[in-house]
Design a binder for this molecule. Structure first.
Ligand code: R5P
Length: 299
């Protein structure tokens, strides 16, 4: 990376931004992000960004709306200072689950979020494991999507697995899990899962392969409420699976997901740090691997 590169961090994932900055040996640029008494966000860049390539690292994690607005304000401020090229580095693309109107009258939120980012002045987006392939075409600027599959796969090496099989928790994630299975060189089986569009309740309806006595690795993009992880692990346990590992890129861990996951039949859960997992949401069987080097290499 050259001296004409500036790294800026929003407030959503400062530890990841610092880790990227240390790997690249480029200090994070000075930026003040404050809130007025009425909670409106105010951004002030104190760095000479004129003509430089500016990367803004910001996950759209909770509170996603606030982090999105912050990102857009940083973008606009950088452009107003004459930034040359402006890239939004969004490790977790919040709102990406809303990639279509699931019911009449719903917004296609991911599409609007893409527009916000473009209008703010960003020239490109770098992200990790989008929830669906529908999201990329919402952007008219280039989107580079990175994958944490190798990183997550590497965590399996230390586990001494037996007769292992990769399980895709739903048909929507079929191609993602298939790519992961190929990366780690393991066979794959697909579960049938239903989710109620109103309540969000998850039910697992079937599996087409015998998992008795096998170690299973369930691979998903997100752990949100934990319902998918819990229901699939209970289903696989009841079908005789030996040990259960759950790997996912993004640890949203909404509400009391951590408490429920800690009590689930899953032996180990491995996620990345695209989203900050606060201390109170960490639990013994949760391992967090960092995507800092993945991002640093791509930058
Ligand atoms: C579903 O399409 C996704 O790939 C994940 O399985 C889902 O978002 C996980 O959500 P939850 O943890 O709430 O079941």
């Amino acid at each position: 990376m050259s001296t004409s590169t500036i790294l800026l961090s929003g407030t959503s994932n400062p530890s990841l931004a610092s880790a990227v900055s240390s790997i690249l040996k480029i200090p994070l640029g000075f930026i003040e992000i404050t809130r007025f008494i009425d909670n409106e966000c105010r951004v002030h860049i104190l760095e000479d960004v004129k003509g430089k390539h500016v990367f803004v690292i910001q996950s759209l994690s909770a509170v996603a709306d606030q982090h999105l607005v912050e990102l857009c304000l940083i973008g606009q401020a950088a452009k107003s200072l004459g930034a040359g090229c402006l890239t939004a580095v969004i490790p977790w693309m919040g709102y990406s689950k809303q990639d279509k109107a699931f019911r009449k009258g719903e917004a296609v939120s991911a599409q609007l979020v893409a527009k916000f980012i473009e209008v703010a002045g960003f020239d490109a987006v770098m992200t990790i494991e989008l929830h669906s392939e529908n999201v990329v075409p919402f952007f008219r600027i280039p989107v580079m999507e990175l994958s944490a599959h190798e990183l997550l796969g590497a965590s399996l090496k230390r586990l001494n697995l037996l007769g292992t099989i990769v399980v895709s928790p739903d048909t929507g994630g079929k191609s993602r899990s298939a790519r992961f299975a190929k990366t780690v060189g393991l066979p794959i089986v697909y579960l049938e899962k239903d989710r109620d569009k109103v309540t969000g309740n998850v039910s697992v309806t079937g599996i087409k392969r015998d998992v008795r006595g096998k170690d299973v690795v369930i691979f998903d993009d997100i752990i949100n409420t934990g319902a998918t992880a819990i229901k699939t692990s209970q289903f696989l346990k009841s079908h005789g699976a030996r040990r259960i590992f759950f790997l996912a890129t993004h640890a949203v861990l909404a509400g009391d997901a951590s408490v429920k996951l800690a009590a689930s039949p899953i032996d180990r859960i491995v996620v990345t740090d695209t989203i900050v997992v606060p201390k109170e949401k960490r639990f013994e069987k949760l391992t967090i691997v960092s995507v800092a080097s993945l991002l640093a290499n791509a930058l």
